[in-house]
Design a protein around this ligand. Structure first.
Ligand SMILES: Cc1cc2nc3c(=O)[nH]c(=O)nc-3n(C[C@H](O)[C@H](O)[C@H](O)COP(=O)(O)OP(=O)(O)OC[C@H]3O[C@@H](n4cnc5c(N)ncnc54)[C@H](O)[C@@H]3O)c2cc1C
Length: 382
């Protein structure tokens, strides 16, 4: 006999976990999350978990991030289980001359929205962060209250909080198909048997394409592997902030407050094409370790000779405009999906999960406007 639920979430990454939590918190009586392996098996378990506004590409992404920040800052109050490990280390964005004007435009966009940020000159940065070398830096911006979280702790916290409200996680349970009847979703087929439910939210990360294709959705996403690398350094300033280095195209932070270890990502340069996300788990190419070490030494005083300590590599999915797709199926009622995380959707996961829950249970996303993230913006695909 099929299990029954009020809603099913496919995928135990941070988007699925946030959706499970919000569906349960909004009063859905039984919500089941199906995860093919274990929560965090995809991108989420490897995330660098940087959270900042200056990395956002446009106003809708800024608003989605602003709607997510309160969760990281007031986790105990808003989620209430575990901790997301948020460290408000501050975020410093450095830019070369060619992007100085763009950075000032970004500050002008963010300030009226209430974002604590301001433009800095290289002299200001030298006073604020004397541990940085400033070669090539023409302009900077500072967000004193941004920072980073712990991706696995965030995921675990969402799932635990959902569990207290009756949300359930089925591990080692692969969804093989979404069942549709009479123009609506009626549940899923899984490797552990069918589950009936009138609402399904798909959040299967790099594994989404075949599920979406079977539902007739041509979604323009391409898989990529991305990574961060770890480096042990002999010492670090106690208040090292998170740094987005637009001059070298990298970003870094301490792995934890007080740790003598740096986590550094290489942005676009670090991305490799992804074939089969199961076969292609990837190892970090030696060249990237070398480049990361050089970029770190060039920016951070005392990091010359830093020793590589490993890192994490994981699958992300990219869209043509580098923004995610948050939508519902146009021909199947109550079937929702997230695709194209673009390697930056950890920071927005709280608001995305809440939007799906409101959309599914209340008929519309009330907390944030998801319409700019619809598939329809890629006109040739619909
Ligand atoms: C190395 C790295 C660093 C990153 N750094 C940052 C950062 O600093 N800041 C930021 O905002 N973002 C960052 N990201 C991106 C961020 O981690 C992702 O955008 C986010 O984790 C995506 O979450 P997700 O739930 O969509 O996908 P995933 O975490 O990939 O979850 C999808 C889940 O679905 C499961 N699944 C797949 N198919 C099925 C199926 N058929 N049935 C059941 N389960 C299924 C998978 O096993 C997986 O657990 C980074 C990503 C990586 C890889």
């Amino acid at each position: 006999m099929a299990l029954t639920a009020e809603a099913i979430v496919v995928g135990g990454g941070v988007i699925g976990a946030s959706t499970l939590f919000h569906l349960s918190a909004l009063g859905a009586r039984r919500v089941i999350l199906c995860e093919r392996r274990q929560p965090g098996a995809g991108a989420s378990g490897k995330s660098g978990a940087f959270i900042q506004l200056h990395f956002c590409l446009n106003l809708p992404e800024v608003q989605m991030t602003l709607a997510s920040l309160p969760y990281f800052r007031r986790w105990h109050e808003l989620v209430g289980a575990g901790s997301c490990g948020f460290v408000p280390a501050g975020y410093l964005r450095l830019e070369p001359p060619a992007r100085a004007a763009k950075l000032r435009e970004r500050v002008a966009l963010l300030q009226p929205l209430g974002v604590e940020t301001g433009a800095l000159t290289p002299d200001d940065v030298a006073r604020l962060a004397p541990y940085l070398r400033l070669d090539g830096v023409a302009a900077a911006a500072y967000e004193p209250t941004s920072g980073h979280a712990d991706a696995n702790a965030t995921l675990a916290g969402f799932l635990a909080a959902a569990g207290r409200r009756g949300g359930e996680v089925l591990t080692a349970t692969t969804v093989t198909a979404v069942r549709v009847a009479g123009g609506r979703t009626v549940g899923v087929e899984t490797t552990a048997g069918p589950i009936d439910a009138p609402i399904v939210v798909l959040a299967a990360g790099a594994w989404s394409p075949p599920l979406l294709r079977d539902l007739g959705l041509a979604v323009p996403i391409a898989g990529a592997l991305t990574q961060w690398l770890g480096f042990a350094v002999p010492s670090l300033p106690p208040a090292l902030m998170t740094v987005g280095d637009g001059v070298s195209g990298s970003y870094f932070r301490a792995t934890a407050p007080g740790a003598y270890e740096i986590l550094i990502g290489l942005g676009g340069m670090g991305r490799q094409p992804l074939g089969d996300p199961d076969a292609d788990t990837g190892t970090v190419p030696e060249l990237l370790v070398t480049v990361a070490g050089e970029r770190l030494a060039a920016r951070l005083v005392g990091a010359a000779g830093a020793r590589p300590t490993g890192g994490q590599i994981g699958p992300v999915t990219l869209t043509p405009d580098d923004l995610p797709i948050i939508d519902r199926h146009p021909g199947v009622a109550d079937l929702f999906y997230f695709a194209g995380d673009c390697g930056t959707s950890f920071k927005t996961a709280p608001a995305i999960g809440r939007a799906f829950a409101e959309w599914a249970l209340l008929g519309a996303s009330r907390s944030v406007d998801v319409t700019p993230f619809g598939l329809g913006r890629f006109a040739e695909c619909v």
